[in-house]
Write a protein that binds this ligand. Structure first.
Ligand SMILES: [Zn+2]
Length: 389
């Protein structure tokens, strides 16, 4: 494939290459800082802010019991007591199993079909739902509008191409919970497999202002059917006026990738994916190809570093895996065919986009200042421990 650029640093002066001596984050995060021992600020943040406040032992169990009691109390007499999304990925799959079988909760389970699920993901979802004997509510996203927004994102040349998908999944879940008066939303977010947040230059925030601006500039039709939600709506209106609460139960229990996979494969014939988030064809292509080839950002670095910090992977093993690309060129070409077909552009038009000038969220209208303020407040309140930058 004729991809000319690789690892373009968006006009910034290229720093001398350095990799953390403790994890595998490196200067592909352009603002990473290292201490005198060569340990990066992601690691130091983990040891100083996350680890001391993360208790999945006795204290976690107590907090979980209290939470479950409250959820059951609020859901008394109702068909469901909480709501959760199921992507077929490991974290949400394990959370569903745990919520139903171990905690005896009655979640309404939503699966948002953006049209990109792999066959394996669909099979995993089916097996899990059948195995647990629960109902699944499928929300189908309008294909044309989704493709129009996703193509607009490619044309915008920003790194974070999964934002349209992430946004509609997230908005579907939250809008549904509030509309149906289900107070508690459970998410599979957790420190164990994602205590290092990807830098915002790799993966920017769920920012509706930017989504709309990009669509206005590069989209061709109006967005009328896609579920969307503004930051104000879900951060303030839904939480403070509608009483919605979002919980991360996996942080309150001993949760490891290996145990989760063992349980899921043993109980539900769950098939693992090659990489985290590879349950979607679009995500697989964007993370494994667009982000790596065009920007030089490899999300596996953040994921593996999280696993290193939580003693689930050795640094040496992570480096060995990173020496090879996230997925094969042959699969990338096949995925590119599938994606360009769905988006109604030719492969050469797409390659032209890949070779175009890289942009960042700063090139579009955005709410980054508002978001940064929100994160600052959340950090002061102790609700956000991860680094934001
Ligand atoms: Zn580090």
């Amino acid at each position: 494939m004729l991809i000319k650029r690789c690892g373009l640093k968006m006009g910034k002066k290229t720093r001398e290459y350095q990799i953390c001596t403790n994890c595998v984050m490196d200067t592909s995060d352009s603002v990473i800082k290292f201490d005198k021992n060569g340990v990066c600020d992601h690691c130091n943040n983990f040891y100083e802010n996350i680890k001391p406040n993360w208790d999945f032992g006795e204290d976690g169990r107590k907090r979980l019991n209290k939470l479950v009691e409250q959820i059951k109390k609020d859901g008394k007499g109702k068909k469901y007591d909480c709501v959760m999304g199921l992507s077929g990925g490991m974290d949400s799959s394990y959370l569903l199993y745990y919520a139903v079988e171990v905690l005896a909760l009655r979640p309404l389970v939503l699966s948002v079909d953006t049209g990109w699920n792999t066959k394996v993901a669909d099979r995993n979802i089916d097996n899990l739902v059948k195995g647990l004997g629960i109902e699944l509510l499928k929300i189908k996203i309008d294909k044309e509008e989704m493709a129009d927004l996703q193509l607009a994102f490619f044309k915008s040349q920003v790194a974070y191409q999964d934002l349209p998908q992430d946004h509609v999944i997230f908005a579907s879940l939250y809008n549904y919970a509030v509309k149906n008066k289900i107070k508690h939303v459970l998410t599979g977010g957790n420190f164990s497999t994602e205590c290092i947040r990807e830098p915002i230059e790799w993966v920017y925030q769920n920012d509706i202002k930017m989504i709309k601006d990009i669509h206005k500039k590069f989209g061709t039709s109006k967005l009328k059917k896609l579920p969307m939600t503004s930051m104000f709506k879900y951060k303030i209106y839904y939480r403070y006026f509608k009483g919605m609460k979002v919980h991360r139960p996996l942080d309150l229990i001993p949760y490891t990738k290996k145990d989760a996979l063992d349980t899921l494969t043993g109980r539900f014939e769950y098939e693992p994916y090659a990489n985290k988030h590879f349950e979607s064809i679009f995500t697989r292509f964007y993370e494994g190809y667009w982000l790596v080839k065009k920007f030089g950002f490899d999300k596996r670095r953040a994921h593996f570093s999280s696993l290193i910090l939580t003693n689930q992977l050795s640094r040496e093993d992570a480096l060995n895996v990173l020496a090879n690309p996230p997925y094969s060129e042959a699969q990338a070409l096949e995925d590119m065919k599938f994606i360009t077909n769905k988006m109604n552009i030719t492969e050469s038009e797409f390659i032209e986009l890949m070779n175009g000038q890289n942009k960042t969220y700063k090139d579009y209208k955005n709410s980054s200042k508002f978001i940064a303020l929100g994160v600052k407040i959340a950090q002061l309140l102790g609700k956000e421990k991860r680094q934001y930058r």
